[in-house]
Design a protein around this ligand. Structure first.
Ligand code: F6R
Length: 251
């Protein structure tokens, strides 16, 4: 595992965007696993800037997103499909058919989960999966649980996630209670993982994920078993991990 420490959110965004850019430059037909939330917004802005400068093209890239709220239409302002359109896809040279997000309106949840897994397999798997980290250690919407969930599945969101994400909705009541998410097995299947973290409110989750035991109560801790993980974090987010003596790379 490589850990890059940077000063702040802006540097975290540039560093993570650099790693994604390197992936696309080395393999223009890369399959990128993408995330939503506040963490990747700056990363996507940086990628858009490099695309506009002519330094980067996504023309042959395929993307698969980690998750989507159950019950939200693709054009709902808070759907993850809409987030991706607004924050990345509408601003780069990727064709709509090359971007994939679980269908939040799917009637048959089990069928949709199977479809999404088959889709990822048909693309040859994920080359680089970008992840953010929940305060409770979740990745995607894999919440703390008694066991690690395997493949793409429908989850009941926990109170802490509802609490954290209600800010994006008009009211707590209007926030969906379920979501489709890639499972832990799906995420671990990615050839490379890039985890981006920023802010001191993530410090405890980062510490528990990488300085503690691997356990389903801290879903991100499973990344300790993945052979190619890069963690890019700002100093506040890495503070507890550093204090525990974990080795940080120099850039
Ligand atoms: C989003 C996702 C979530 C977020 C996590 C952190 O697609 O899968 O796991 O990455 O909740 O969210 P932010 O970045 O808003 O702190």
């Amino acid at each position: 595992m490589r850990i890059y420490e940077v000063a702040d959110y802006q540097e975290m965004s540039r560093c993570a965007a650099n790693l994604i850019s390197a992936q696309v430059l080395l393999n223009p037909r890369s399959v990128l696993g993408l995330a939503t939330g506040s963490t990747p917004v700056g990363i996507y802005s940086q990628l858009i800037e490099w695309y506009r400068k002519g330094d980067l093209s996504f023309a042959e890239v395929q993307t698969v997103n980690l998750d989507e709220y159950h019950g939200l239409a693709p054009d709902h302002p808070q759907s993850y499909r809409n987030f991706m359109q607004q924050n990345l896809f509408d601003h780069i040279d990727i064709l709509p058919q090359q971007t994939h997000v679980p269908n939040g309106l799917a009637k048959d949840a089990a069928k949709e989960c199977a479809r999404y897994e088959a889709l990822i397999a048909s693309l040859g798997g994920i080359d680089l999966q970008l992840l953010g980290l929940g305060h409770n250690g979740h990745i995607g919407f894999n919440e703390p649980a008694a066991a690690f969930a395997k493949e793409t599945h429908l989850v009941e969101l926990t109170e802490s996630t509802i609490e954290a994400n209600t800010r994006f909705f008009e009211s707590r009541e209007s926030m969906p209670r379920q979501a489709f998410t890639m499972g832990i097995k799906t995420i671990l299947g990615a050839k490379k993982i890039l985890l981006a973290v920023s802010g001191k409110e993530k410090a405890e989750a980062v510490y528990r994920s990488f300085a503690g035991p691997v356990e389903p109560g801290v879903p991100c801790s499973i990344l300790q078993f993945h052979p190619d993980v890069t963690l890019v974090g700002d100093a506040p987010a890495l503070s507890k991990l550093k204090a525990a003596g974990v080795r940080i790379c120099r850039k």
